[in-house]
Design a protein around this ligand. Structure first.
Ligand code: ZN
Ligand code: ZN
Length: 374
């Protein structure tokens, strides 16, 4: 597929995976957007973080890259003809380390304003794992049990601990509410991959962060219940975590993008360039990801069939062996759990206290899907 911008110039061609690439995009309405890919340290499956710079009531940067990458951002800005001090604000698409990790250093060096969704500001004081690692249901308890038995744990490192600490001290100058505008930029709240995920519309372009990506299907969250101490500190309208986490929420947020109509060109945070070619996408990519999850719901129900099955066998029946090696097992398990949670909520599956899964004979997910895909 080709892009539908007025013009796209490659200011700097770089590595095969897009590390260090700098683009100058002109939209049909004449806005110039610089796309600056910020390389990550060492190998990363998702590849570099694509950041975007443009003028909209001040020079605005979307995302900054991972912690420690400030000099690479600065270098990319230079190719685009800017320095960090020119930037008025950085908007964080969501609180994952490869997007907001370098923000603290950008603030320190250039004094830019920091904008993020207000739920980011409410949750930044906590380690995200104190929320996501609580097992709140029999299927989640089973997931952590299987992960532990197989030695598959979320990666830990001193750098990650450092990132979590730094994030706690980051001042959010402007907590964003959904549907805010900044100049011509319109901000949408699209939770599901992360509770604070933002997409932003400008001219005929949508910046999608990790909400919609080419080549890869973004990882959905599982359902969450806020721990009592965190819940107590949240405003009433944020206390119900079902509004911000889980696959059902993610699919509804995908539908928001599909419903914009196919004239919108998407600018994602990863894989915009990979293996020597561009991956231009529009809102149809969101529909494709939606269909993928819809198909997976049906596949899971079929795999369970009339049997009583356990999560590990079910997961190993869905993913190829190589996809579940080492730490990937946990990612595969949580992906399946996110789907089971929808099927359980809809009454198509039952999960016993010991984590054993069985079908109820109902297919309510079909109606659920037809509403999302209409
Ligand atoms: Zn992310
Ligand atoms: Zn990311």
């Amino acid at each position: 597929m080709d892009h539908r911008f007025k013009e796209l110039l490659v200011l700097r061609e770089a590595a095969e995976n897009g590390d260090g690439t700098v683009l100058q995009i002109t939209t049909n309405s004449g806005t110039v957007i610089h796309a600056i890919s910020v390389a990550r340290e060492g190998f990363s499956y998702t590849g570099p973080t694509w950041t975007y710079l443009f003028e909209s009531d001040g020079l605005t940067l979307i995302d900054a890259g991972e912690a420690g990458s400030h000099s690479r951002l600065e270098d990319g800005l230079k190719v685009a003809g800017f320095s960090p001090k020119d930037i008025d604000r950085v908007i964080i698409t969501h609180g994952h380390e490869d997007h907001d990790g370098a923000v603290a250093e950008l603030v320190h060096k250039a004094g830019v304003e920091v904008w993020a969704h207000e739920i980011y500001a409410h949750l930044q004081a906590y380690d995200p794992r104190s929320i996501s690692r609580r097992a709140i249901s029999p299927i989640q308890k089973e997931m952590w049990r299987v992960a532990e038995v197989n030695g598959s744990f979320p990666p830990t490192s001193p750098q990650r601990d450092e990132y979590v600490k730094r994030r706690q001290t980051l001042r959010i100058d402007h907590p964003i509410k959904a549907n805010e505008t900044v100049g011509r930029l319109e901000i949408l709240h699209t939770p599901g991959h992360s509770p604070d995920e933002l997409c932003m519309k400008l001219d005929e372009v949508v910046f999608t962060g990790d909400h919609v990506l080419p080549e890869i299907s973004p990882h959905p969250t599982m359902k969450v219940e806020f721990p009592p101490d965190i819940k107590a500190g949240l405003p009433d309208n944020y206390k119900n975590a079902d509004n911000w986490y889980g696959l059902a929420r993610y699919l509804q947020s995908l539908k928001m993008i599909v419903d914009l109509g196919s004239q919108w060109e998407l600018l994602p945070a990863h894989r915009y360039y990979n293996r020597g070619h561009f991956n231009f996408i529009n809102t149809e990519r969101a529909a494709t990801i939606l269909d993928h999850h819809g198909q997976r719901l049906t596949d899971i129900l079929e795999k369970v069939g009339g049997e009583a099955v356990n999560l590990e066998n079910l997961t190993r029946g869905i993913f190829a062996h190589r996809e579940l090696l080492s730490d990937n097992l946990l990612a595969g398990l949580s992906e399946v759990v996110a789907h089971i949670e929808i099927l359980e909520d809809l009454g198509d599956l039952e999960v016993a206290e010991d984590g054993i899964i069985s079908a109820t004979g109902q297919s309510n997910h079909l109606l659920f899907l037809s509403e999302l895909q209409s």
